[in-house]
Design a protein around this ligand. Structure first.
Ligand code: NAD
Length: 498
């Protein structure tokens, strides 16, 4: 697909409203992970100097952009929502070819991103402060929100449309300008997203994109004195480094990272509903969602029934190229992730009881890409690596427990705290779970994955540092709050007598 953003397969940077060829001498090919013979994108590893050019463009655009009334900024997001809906199929097909998720999941991601844009458009009319009573007579006190300046957005490959959207939309509606540094695995998809903002009328320099390695292009954003804030989503290893480096340079940082999300099933639950949720939560998008169900924590008396059902249903799932409408699960994103999945599978075979999968997929379509089998382990020890580490693949660990208290303890026993789910019909246990589960998102009788555009998204513990994304609170990160004191007594301030 040739668009101004990509010139066919060759990805370009977007700086001050222009699609510019990178000056780098280093390029990588991005191949379709379901069909390694197809080169989907040719991706520049842009230099630090090019990242600095993008920051300069964003800095230059900031004064005029902050002066645009916020409702007018919001209307540009409303136009972007319409354009994105019209380009849903192009975006979804490209996403499937670039990162492997099924077309249905890719279409769902585009629609979710449209909803985020629609919601954030309205934030242009809701960027409110507070009016408060003053402690002094004839004084008026209030707060207002202001943009910060240039914001860096560093994003992963696994939601290549919605994560850039959920960072760029609140940043620009609040009056900031942005430099996006997307993952090189999904650079072309990111370019189409940026093109939508351009076509929606967002002025030159307000949204910029530099494609490159984390270390060089991402590092240049982190080090640049004109970048006021960094919004990062990705692995814990990188996020921790970014947060530390941001602190040293007095930059505001928001880091959303890994998950190890539990789905808890109690004895009184509707077991078929729980099976459905675990199946979709664990294996859709090849388990490569930060909110994927990677652990089922289940009361012993219903475990066999649950497992019999999930194994027989998972066996019917077709693994293959996500463009094929009959396929339920696509490939791993790259060779490194493929090897990580198989490493944990081998570990699991030694430590736990293998119920499904576990063998390398070979032959036919499987030899063309990075395919991993749907794998389920029973009797997983809650403190084992299988139950503790974020694998990011289609590997489900089942931990059997005696009762609700033990289930809650196991659910909370990991360092992550993104999402969780509880299946039960017991109202008291629902509320106890909501109160005590250590995750930023929790679902009762619904899967660990999925969230609505107007609710906050993010995790507790090692998953998230900094403020939440999405929903109304998203603008908290992207604005400074100014407190204003107006004295209309006309006289000098008396010392307080009460
Ligand atoms: P990653 O950490 O490898 O890369 C994320 C981004 O950081 C990429 O753009 C990368 O180029 C950049 N980067 C890498 N090193 C850098 C450095 N030294 N300085 C600056 N930037 C650098 O993550 P990934 O493999 O792309 O994504 C998968 C991870 O993302 C998983 O751990 C997943 O759980 C997490 N994730 C979290 C959420 C959430 O909201 N909590 C959502 C989606 C994905």
């Amino acid at each position: 697909m040739a668009t101004p953003a990509t010139q066919g397969r060759i990805c370009r940077n977007f700086i001050h409203g222009e699609w510019v060829a990178s000056r780098t001498t280093r390029w990588v090919e991005r191949r379709n992970p379901a069909d390694l013979e197809e080169v989907v994108s040719v991706v520049p590893l842009s230099t630090a100097a090019e990242a600095r050019d993008a920051v300069e463009a964003a800095r230059a655009a900031f004064p005029a952009w902050r002066a645009v009334p916020a409702p007018a900024r919001g209307r540009m997001l409303a136009r972007a929502a319409l354009l994105m809906e019209q380009r849903k199929e192009d975006l979804a097909r490209l996403m499937t070819r670039e990162e492997g998720k099924t077309l249905k999941d890719a279409q769902g991601e585009v629609i979710k991103s449209v909803r985020i844009l629609e919601f954030m458009a309205g934030e242009g009319t809701r960027l409110s402060g507070e009016t408060l009573p003053s402690d002094l007579p004839n004084n008026f006190v209030y707060t207002l929100r202001q943009p910060m300046g240039v914001v860096g957005a560093i994003t992963p490959w696994n939601f290549p449309v919605s994560i850039p959207v959920w960072k760029i939309a609140p940043a620009i509606v609040a009056g900031n300008t942005v430099v996006l540094k997307p993952s090189t695995y999904t650079a072309q998809t990111a370019a189409l997203v940026v093109e939508i903002f351009q076509d929606a009328g967002v002025p030159a320099g307000v949204v910029n994109m530099v494609i490159g390695s984390g270390k060089e292009a991402g590092g240049a954003l982190l080090e640049h004195p004109d970048v006021q804030a960094i919004s990062f989503t990705g692995s814990n290893e990188v996020g921790a480094r970014i947060y530390g480096s941001g602190a040293e340079r007095s930059k505001k940082c928001q880091c959303e990272m890994g998950g190890k999300n539990p789905l808890v099933v109690l004895g009184d639950a509707n077991i078929e509903l729980a099976v459905e949720a675990a199946l979709y939560g664990a294996f859709a998008s090849t388990g490569q969602r930060c909110t994927a169900t990677s652990r089922v924590v289940i009361e012993e008396d219903v475990a066999d029934r649950f497992l019999e059902s999930i194994v027989s249903r998972a066996r019917a799932w077709k693994v293959g190229n996500g463009l094929d409408p009959d396929v339920d699960m696509g490939p791993a994103v790259n060779e490194q992730q493929l090897e990580t999945d198989y490493r944990y599978i081998e570990m699991g075979k030694k430590e736990a009881r293998l119920l499904l999968g576990g063998e390398r997929l070979t032959g036919g379509t499987y030899d063309r890409g990075y395919f991993v089998p749907i794998t389920i382990f029973d009797d997983v020890a809650p403190d084992s690596a299988l139950a503790q580490d974020e694998i990011f693949g289609p590997v489900l660990s089942v931990v059997r427990v005696r009762d609700f208290e033990e289930a809650l303890g196991v659910a909370n026993s990991v360092r992550y705290g993104l999402s969780s789910a509880l299946y039960t019909n017991d109202g008291a246990k629902m509320f106890a779970f909501i109160e005590r589960i250590e995750t930023g998102i929790t679902h009762i009788n619904s899967p660990t994955v999925g969230g609505e555009a107007h609710l906050p998204f993010g995790g507790m513990k090692a998953t998230g540092i900094g403020l939440r994304e999405m929903g109304h609170v998203a603008v908290d990160f992207f604005t400074e709050v100014k407190s204003v004191y107006i004295d209309f007594t006309g006289g000098k301030r008396e010392s307080r007598t009460y």
